[in-house]
Design a protein around this ligand. Structure first.
Ligand code: SAM
Length: 322
């Protein structure tokens, strides 16, 4: 239940984040027992570089407290979508927090929003979407991989989030998002290999008052095909961006002071006046030596209200080829 609101003490079954160092953060279950590969019930012990942790010992401890391991210590934290993203079990490629924050901002997702997502994948984005739509909104997430859809449903349930999310096993490119979501969604997010095949279905699922769509694609060819379909369907404000996080190093440095008198003397009197270079200690930003690598393109678009649409709904088959 630990994702659904804050509380002081860890309860049995909670997902807990164990923080050792900035690069050693893990999600663990506060369950006394676990099943091994042979299917036998055994004691749940989590091994870390600083020794073993009996998961049973977590129960009843305050969130945020220090915990002793057999060869060191760590902190036990309340899970958040951000911590889940960096500790979750990967079943697919996932979307990371810099992109997630841009998606939530650009899709204008607020408490009460109805949001459609496909594919669900490992549920990294889903957890952040659920937190953004809570407590009155809902996330409808789709994946055509049955095991992934079922695993995500179980995971949401064990995190106490089931009332805010519906998981469906469905091929959204073939079958769309279903009659039950006709004109229901405020926004739609696609992380699919062939998003241009799902975009025509998105038109009927967005509200009659219009809405926002985002498609995440690693390759520019996918972006080109999607943009073509979006514009043919009457989407507007089509924009593709890439979120690249750049870390600047803030340091105190001695910088030379610009001597304007020196420049004037040299120009006007034709002689060079020798002066000692003055420096001043100042706080400055050092740009990084290397830039972050490519993650993916985020294409955003707005579907105008139904009365304002002067569009042709028939798109060429060529535009929807794989
Ligand atoms: C890269 S993963 C999504 C990761 C997810 N955004 C996350 O942050 O964890 C893409 C998912 O889309 C699903 N998928 C691919 N084509 C699909 C389709 N036509 N309909 C529904 N799901 C599809 C795949 O099974 C896969 O799980």
């Amino acid at each position: 239940m630990s994702f659904n609101g804050y509380r002081d003490l860890i309860e049995k079954g909670d997902t807990v984040v164990l923080y050792l160092t900035i690069n050693q953060i893990y999600s663990i279950q506060a369950e006394p027992k676990t099943t091994n590969k042979k299917g036998n019930l055994i004691e749940n012990v989590f091994q870390t570089p600083y020794g073993a942790l009996k998961c049973e010992d977590l129960i009843g401890k305050p969130y945020g407290s220090k915990i002793t391991l057999s060869k060191g210590w760590g902190y036990i934290l309340q899970p958040t979508p951000e911590l889940w993203t960096i500790t979750l079990p990967h079943r697919t490629q996932i979307i990371y927090t810099p992109d997630i924050s841009m998606i939530i901002l650009q899709l204008e997702i607020v408490p009460g929003s109805t949001v459609i997502e496909s594919g669900t994948g490992s549920g990294s984005l889903s957890h952040a979407l659920i937190r953004a739509v809570k407590p009155h909104g809902h996330l409808h997430t789709f994946d055509f991989h049955e095991v992934r859809a079922n695993t995500a449903r179980e995971e949401f349930k064990s995190h106490g989030l089931e009332e805010y999310v519906s998981v469906q096993h469905r091929d959204v490119c073939e079958n769309g998002f279903g009659e039950h979501l006709k004109n229901k969604a405020n926004s739609i997010f696609l992380d699919l290999p062939h998003p241009w095949l799902a975009i025509p279905h998105a038109v009927g699922s967005l509200k009659e008052s219009g809405g926002r769509l985002c498609s995440f694609s690693p390759c520019i060819e996918q972006v080109q095909k999607s943009c073509l379909v979006l514009s043919k369907l009457g989407f507007q404000e089509i924009e593709t961006i890439e979120v690249l996080q750049t870390q600047y190093n803030v340091q105190s440095r001695n910088l030379p002071v610009l001597n304007l008198d020196f420049v004037k003397t040299e120009k006007e009197e034709g002689k060079v006046e020798k002066k000692e270079k003055e420096t001043i200690k100042t706080v400055t930003c050092i740009p990084p030596n290397s830039l972050p690598g490519h993650t993916g393109y985020l294409t955003f678009a707005t579907l105008p209200p139904i009365w304002a649409r002067t569009l042709q709904f028939n798109i060429n088959d060529d535009d929807c080829e794989n």
